[in-house]
Design a protein around this ligand. Structure first.
Ligand code: DGY
Length: 325
């Protein structure tokens, strides 16, 4: 059995695949595979371990319907046409849970860094701008007792809320498709409408999937409803906010600051005006980038591949309906 892997992944994942007796081909170039290249690589493969944002769309699935399974090494699956995968009989899995702590850490880091203009201050030293001490300059804002608003109180949102409560006694409000009864109990989190989330959050952190419903959700109209002191954090997907509207909201002091681990597009243009604003911190999509988490993601993806090639259900299947056919 042959497995095609679209990037160099942690050895722990490869070791599992090799130990199971599979032939693994890893794409090792540091550039995105085109869809045609991916299709051609998959022609001789039985399963695909996909890292990054390769489009697993109708065309790909039609060309590669022979694949016994596709394991994503990511929790997000906005690059996959799930309905088409089911129609073509291809099970697809993701890596939920194992990256929640690391991603929540990055949201927390961005919140704190934005609240104290940390990245801008760091860069200003290098530019020779560490000058005369003025008590009224370089001022940030404190987080103690503030209100954290979470859009999407799932695994990652809950981890962030726990950290914010433990560190800063923050009050937690959230908006979800369905209320999260457990979080309401353990975090005293309060379910609010999306409009109230915008209006009441001091820090608003996004933890939803990118879908037709959430694409561009944070636009001019959303930012206009937020507090002028609010901090916007996005560690989910860049397309959930409108970057031009975000820039305008920051330039016009409609909101106070923003922390982004995801941008639209990625990579962000190195001359993007957001990169030189005092109250903005941007990271290059590193939410899950710790040794431990990437190992766990690779192992989880490998276990999904092994299961499907051994004619079992992939433990983390995102289209379980596929098994009913
Ligand atoms: C994920 O797992 O979805 C991360 O954002 C990496 O793409």
């Amino acid at each position: 059995m042959n497995i095609f892997v679209t990037r160099i992944i942690p050895q722990k994942g490869l070791d599992l695949l090799n130990a199971a007796g599979f032939e693994v081909t890893q794409y090792t170039e540091k550039k995105e595979l085109s869809q045609e290249e991916l299709i051609s690589a998959c022609k001789d493969s039985d399963a695909l371990l996909s890292v990054g944002s390769n489009k697993i769309d109708e065309y790909f699935l039609q060309q590669c319907s022979h694949l016994k399974g596709i394991a994503l090494m990511s929790v997000g699956y906005d690059n996959v046409d799930v309905e088409a995968a089911t129609r073509y009989g291809v099970p697809v899995s993701n890596t939920p849970g194992v990256l929640s702590g690391a991603t929540a850490d990055v949201a927390f880091l961005l919140m704190l860094a934005v609240s104290r203009n940390a990245f801008y201050m760091h860069n200003s030293i290098g530019k020779g701008d560490w000058g005369f001490y003025e008590p009224t300059s370089n001022l940030g804002q404190e987080l103690n007792g503030k209100t954290l608003g979470v859009l999407g109180l799932g695994r990652i949102g809950t981890e962030l809320a726990q950290k914010c409560k433990a560190a800063y006694y923050m009050n937690v409000i959230y908006h979800n498709r369905n209320p999260n009864a457990e979080a309401e109990q353990t975090l005293a989190a309060q379910y609010v409408s999306f409009e109230s989330l915008l209006k009441e959050s001091d820090v608003l952190s996004v933890h939803v999937n990118l879908t037709a419903e959430t694409k561009g959700l944070f636009d001019k109209s959303a930012f206009n409803q937020m507090k002028p002191s609010a901090i916007f954090i996005n560690t989910a997907r860049g397309a959930i906010h409108n970057e031009n509207d975000l820039l305008e909201a920051l330039e016009n002091h409609i909101i106070w600051g923003a922390g982004l681990d995801v941008t639209n597009p990625e990579p962000m243009n190195r001359n993007h005006p957001l990169l030189s604003m005092p109250n903005v911190c941007v990271l290059p999509h590193i939410g899950s980038a710790t040794v431990e988490t990437r190992d766990n993601m690779a192992v989880m993806a490998a276990k999904n591949i092994i299961a499907v090639l051994q004619n079992q259900k992939m433990p983390q299947t995102i289209n379980p309906e596929v098994y009913q056919n």
